[in-house]
Every structure is written in structure tokens, then in C-alpha cells.
Design a protein around this ligand. Structure first.
Ligand SMILES: [Zn+2]
Length: 431
């Protein structure tokens, strides 16, 4: 397929993610990176070099959006041991491999929620330049953290790692400086946290917030001013509420959300990204038994409450997008289809709602809905062609073998679970 030829996806049943409907027998034409035409087969001008995919009887989906992963981590249950055995520069290659796993599974846009400095912004450029098959990346560089309401458990490599992947700061001016610095380093959005985490040991209070309202508001203001949204890790309700009050855009996890907070989120249009798969993996027996006792206890508290919180959030009308937190123990990259299925099986979405969460809602949550999330003229040609219809059976999105093609930027990158895109060899022209 030459640079100038168009890609024509002929006569498929196209999922309209905005209306939540399947529209039968539509043909999509893309040129360069963009969708240039959607309509009836036969009513557009054919060109000689058109590359045609016959999608008759197939379901054509917008490329899906994964809103929360850590690309450099691999999901080893013994992640401390894994870190001790990994050279720093190896993470660059692991991040590429992990990013490709998301692409293969139909997720053409992936938001990273924190890695070693420089990995995601560099990988993003490499992928944008077409050197490898890979998804569209949105990265936070390092998070801007409150620091001190949790004791980091060892070994020393892990403590050093936490320092390296974090900006530790306090005070309104320092927070503004940190936001600008992240932007300069290549961040697309700002990641922060208003509570401790499940894996950080009993000293990590998921109920305690250290940021002041002024600091959080300054972070959001400065980020928005620079065209970046803000995502906030928050388990406990006080932390969720502090972030929502400050106008932060996405709540990551939202495990102990109260009805009052859910109401505030509806009013403000705040998204929650439940990362259900992270806690489900941690609670699974093979992973759970490898965790220290105090972490085991926290996992079960969180597992039991989070489902209720997320079911309540859905019922109250809180906006939900899809993210797995892939790289937490047992939670491997490339399995985000399972998170979509859990939204149906555990949280109570219809398959249509779950597919909207995986497409247009994800795009809206991360401020990319002018470019991706739906199949429309003018948007980027990120498209998944599926043999079966996930709106009838959500299990379809769990197995990438169901996808005959995964297309990003108008380029066929994956066919039936195998990467088929490689950067072309440049021809040498001798005089
Ligand atoms: Zn995370």
C-alpha cells in the first residue's frame, strides 16, 4: 500500500459510538491518516490504487481507547524481584512490546499513567514516525505527587524507582512549576494522586489527603491553561472529593466513592476510570497469596467496596471510561478487552454502554474526541474490523483473533492478532 493510496473498508456494519447504534452496510474511505468519506458503497468515486477490505457482514468499530496503563511494567506478581533484575534501559523495549500488545488487542490509543522519565514521550515520537506498529500514546511523563502519607516498602531499588517516577512537591507555585516542567518534558496530561495506594502497605492511607485545595486547584488551572487535562489516582472518598472539587478531569480507581461524591461528579462531568481488572487480578488466588499480609487485607477491603462504588456510579450517571492499570501484579498488558467485559458482568453496563466507554467516552475523558473515538469524516482512521458483533456478545472483545484488522492512522497494523505493519525500507537511488 503506497503512501498515497486510500484504504476502503467496504460494506461493513459500523458502530456509531455517539448514538450507540449499529449502522448497517456502510463504506469508509480513509486517505493518509484521516477518514475522508463514510456512506453507501457505490456512491463515492473509486480510485485505481484504492486498497479495499471487504467488511461485508462484519462489525466495524472505532479503535478502542485504554485510559490507564503503566507501559514499562510487565505485571509480574513479584514486581520487586523483577525490578532488581531489569536494567534501566530495558524498560524502553518492554514499553514498546507492551504498547504493541494493546494495539494487537484492538486498543489504538493508550494513555500511560506513569513510567520512568522520557520513555513514553520518546516512544510516542517513534510510533508517530511510523517506525513500529503501535498505538497512539498519551503520556503523563512522571506524576506530580503528594508525598509522605505512605511508607514505601523496600527494597531500596523500589524506593529509588518511586523517587525517579515522581515529582515530589508542595505549595501553589511549586505545583505550577512542576506542571510546566512536565509539559516541557513531553507530557500530554498531568497525573497526580490524592490518596495512597493498595500496594503500598498499611501505612499508605487511602483515606488521607495531603494536597491542599489550593494546590490541587493550581495544578488543574495550570494544566488546563497549557492544554492538558489532569488524571488523579484516588481510592478513598475524601481524596476523590478533593480532586473533583478542584475540577480535576478523571478519577483513577474511585474505589470508595460515596453517593455525595458521585453526585458532584455528575454535576462537574468528571470521569471515573474504575481499573476493575487491577483489583480483580490482585484478589485472584494465585496473585493474592504472593502479597504481604497487610497488602492482602487492603486488597480484599478494596475488592469488596470498589464494585459497589462503581455500580452506584453507573446508576447515578457518572461518566465512565475504560482503563486497566496494566502492569500491576498479575494484570498483563493486552487484556483490556476483559475490563470491557467486566463493565458488563460486574458493573451492570449493557454491551452498547461498555463499547461506548471503550471508544467515545475514553476519547472524551482524555480530551481527544475531536480526533478519535468514533467513525466520522474528519477523524483519524483508527478502526477495528471484527468478525463478530460485540454489541450482541461482549466476549468478542476479549479475543483479538476475532479482529481481522486493526487500523491506526489509516494503516493496517494488525491482522488476526499478528502485527503485519513494519516500517518500509527506503530505496537508494544511484545516479
Ligand atoms: Zn496506575
Amino acid at each position: 500500500m503506497s503512501q498515497d493510496s486510500r484504504l476502503v473498508i467496504k460494506s461493513g456494519n459500523v458502530f456509531d459510538s455517539i448514538e450507540g447504534k449499529l449502522k448497517e452496510n456502510l463504506t469508509i474511505v480513509s486517505k493518509h491518516r484521516e477518514i475522508v468519506w463514510v456512506g453507501d458503497e457505490g456512491s463515492f468515486e473509486k480510485e485505481e490504487n484504492d486498497k479495499i477490505i471487504d467488511a461485508t457482514g462484519k462489525t466495524v468499530l472505532p479503535g478502542m481507547v485504554e485510559c490507564h496503563v503503566h507501559l514499562s511494567g510487565v505485571g509480574d506478581s513479584q514486581y520487586e524481584r523483577e525490578m532488581l533484575r531489569t536494567k534501566r534501559d530495558m524498560y524502553n523495549f518492554m514499553a514498546l512490546d507492551n504498547a504493541q500488545k494493546h494495539l494487537v488487542s484492538g486498543f489504538t490509543c493508550v494513555r500511560d499513567a506513569g513510567c520512568y522519565k522520557g520513555i513514553v514521550s520518546s516512544l510516542k515520537r517513534v510510533l508517530n514516525n511510523g517506525l513500529f506498529a503501535g498505538p497512539r500514546l498519551v503520556g503523563a511523563e512522571t506524576g506530580i505527587w503528594q508525598w509522605g502519607n505512605q511508607e514505601t516498602i523496600g527494597p531500596q531499588a523500589l524506593i529509588d524507582f518511586d523517587r525517579e517516577i515522581s515529582v515530589v512537591t508542595a505549595g501553589v507555585d511549586n505545583v505550577k512549576y512542576a506542571v510546566r516542567d512536565q509539559k516541557k518534558l513531553g507530557a500530554d496530561y498531568i497525573k497526580t494522586a490524592t490518596t495512597g495506594g493498595v500496594l503500598h502497605g498499611m501505612e499508605s492511607k487511602v483515606s488521607m489527603v495531603l494536597w491542599t485545595d489550593e494546590e490541587l486547584a493550581a495544578m488543574r488551572e495550570e494544566a488546563h491553561r497549557l492544554g492538558m487535562h489532569v488524571g488523579c489516582h484516588a481510592h478513598g472518598d475524601d481524596g476523590i472529593q478533593a480532586a473533583v472539587r478542584a475540577g480535576i478531569d478523571t478519577i483513577e480507581h474511585g474505589s470508595f466513592m460515596s453517593e455525595e461524591t458521585a453526585k458532584m461528579m455528575v454535576e462537574k462531568g468528571t470521569y471515573v476510570i474504575p481499573t476493575r481488572l487491577a483489583i480483580v487480578c490482585l484478589a485472584s488466588s494465585s496473585v493474592h497469596k504472593q502479597m504481604p499480609p497487610e497488602v492482602q487485607k487492603k486488597i480484599m477491603e478494596c475488592y469488596n467496596q470498589a464494585r459497589e462504588s462503581h455500580r452506584m456510579a453507573l446508576e447515578k450517571g457518572v461518566k465512565i471510561a475504560i482503563g486497566t492499570d496494566a502492569a500491576t501484579p498479575g494484570n498483563f498488558h493486552g487484556c483490556t478487552g476483559l475490563e470491557v467485559k467486566l463493565m458488563v458482568d460486574d458493573i451492570g453496563m449493557t454491551p452498547v454502554q461498555a463499547m461506548q466507554a471503550a471508544t467515545i467516552e475514553g476519547a472524551r475523558a482524555i480530551w481527544l474526541d475531536d480526533k478519535i473515538g468514533s467513525i466520522e469524516k474528519g477523524k483519524l482512521a483508527d478502526i477495528v474490523i471484527s468478525d463478530k458483533n460485540p454489541l450482541e456478545n461482549i466476549d468478542v472483545v476479549v479475543d483479538p483473533k476475532n479482529f481481522s484488522h486493526v487500523i491506526k492512522d489509516g494503516k493496517i497494523m494488525v491482522e488476526r492478532g499478528n502485527i503485519t505493519y513494519f516500517s518500509p525500507i527506503q530505496k537508494i537511488k544511484l545516479d
